[in-house]
Design a protein around this ligand. Structure first.
Ligand SMILES: *Cc1c(COP(=O)(O)O)cnc(C)c1O
Length: 387
């Protein structure tokens, strides 16, 4: 199906019926699979014959999700995981060894930084942090042990962007793998592999499910890399359940429609926010005022659903606004049909010191919105109450 367009692949790829002729994909809720004979069992275990053995290794519903997501990202192969964090951890553990060095963007999801600093370092893997957009900082941090670059673009909450094509030239010149967490835009709006990345990582919990129902993750890359990551998942157990695989599989059907709607709503709300006198600054990549607008326009096909803004009056004004909203859910989650509101300085970025906050531009008046699929006029009216 490689010649088909994105929206057709999103509906049709990975679809295989059983003998029951069902039209919607079946959920294979089974932990193990039976063999026709002792010979077949032996052949499956020795890998002479392909096929299912045990759901920690493979499952047809999980396989359908993996095939479809691989088609959408333009990847050779995919392995699904129980969550986004499991996908990141499995990638690092499968591909790195003691003594290796990685360079990571400073502007990443909070738990990713916790994973790196408190768990990955226990395995004698060292980490250097750089500013996402600063290409010369990535290059300067390379040493002869550097094996992997890890980043998210755009960053959350401020929407900084790195030029992936330029960064991939640096990584390739030094034989370093470039791994990109694509949870915030999804392949509907950005395809890192086309821009030179080697590995794409997903928290499918966010926009791929898109309805806040379950945790799921995925890693996509060449067959050779995915075989190693799959080997780690198979031996350590963070496999995706068939039920959750079915949820995210069905999420992919409507992904591009939803991402367009999230982006349209976010653009309208950001444009309105920019005109409000009590708003100091709006951070949305779709706005021409964003420093990375041109780069984002070039490497993304949309700007996504995350909007941040700074309100005059610091923490007090920000808390007042958060508490005044009635539609927005006060939660740090993102990528849901429901819009969410959060105050990064006291929640997602609360563990940072004041200096770290100011160097990351997380001010006390900063508010992050994940724009859902409600009517945007209702969302604007809701924010207006607090301004
Ligand atoms: C939520 C998130 C993760 C972690 O995913 P889980 O599914 O919650 O484990 C990783 N990266 C990004 C960018 C995220 O937003």
């Amino acid at each position: 199906m490689t010649t088909l367009n994105f929206d057709t692949k999103a509906i049709r790829e990975g679809y295989r019926t059983t003998g029951e002729q069902e039209h919607s994909e079946a959920i294979f809720m089974t932990s193990s699979f039976v063999f026709n004979s002792a010979e077949q069992a032996a052949n499956r275990f020795s890998k002479e014959e392909p096929g299912n053995i045990y759901a920690r290794f493979t499952n047809p519903t999980v396989d359908a999700f993996e095939r479809k997501l691989a088609a959408l990202e333009g990847a050779q192969a995919c392995v699904a995981t129980a969550s986004g964090m499991a996908a990141i951890f499995a990638t690092l553990m499968a591909l790195l060894k003691s003594g290796d060095h990685i360079i990571a963007s400073r502007n990443m999801f909070g738990t990713t930084i916790v994973l790196l600093n408190t768990i990955v370092t226990k395995f004698n893997i060292s980490i250097s942090y750089v500013d996402l957009s600063d290409l010369s900082a990535w290059e300067a941090a390379i040493n002869d042990k550097t094996k992997l670059f890890l980043l998210e673009t755009p960053s959350n909450p401020l929407g900084q962007v790195v030029d992936m094509s330029a960064l991939s030239k640096i990584s390739k010149a030094h034989d370093i793998l470039l791994a990109v967490d694509n949870a915030v835009l999804t392949p509907a709006l950005q395809k890192p592999l086309d821009l030179g990345a080697d590995i794409v990582i997903h928290s499918a919990t966010k926009y791929i499910d898109g309805q806040g129902r379950c945790l799921a993750g995925a890693v996509l890359a060449t067959e050779d890399i995915i075989e190693q990551v799959h080997g780690f998942v198979r031996a350590t157990g963070p496999s995706l359940s068939a039920f959750n695989a079915w949820i995210v599989l069905k999420g992919l059907d409507t992904l591009s429609l939803r991402m367009k709607a999230h982006s349209d709503n976010a653009m309208k709300l950001a444009t309105w926010l920019e005109q409000q006198t009590t708003v100091e600054k709006v951070h949305y990549l779709g706005l021409e005022s964003h420093a990375h607008h041109q780069l984002a326009k070039h490497q993304q096909s949309g700007f996504g659903g995350i909007v941040s803004f700074e309100i005059k009056g610091g923490r007090e004004a920000a808390f007042k606004l958060v508490n005044a909203t009635e539609i927005f859910s006060i939660t740090a989650n993102l990528g849901d049909t429901k819009s969410t509101i959060t105050h990064p300085s006291s929640t997602t970025h609360g563990r940072l010191t004041d200096e770290e906050k100011s160097s990351a531009n997380i001010s006390e008046g900063l508010i992050r919105l994940s724009i859902g699929l409600e009517d945007v006029n209702d969302l604007i009216a809701d924010i207006n109450k607090g301004l």
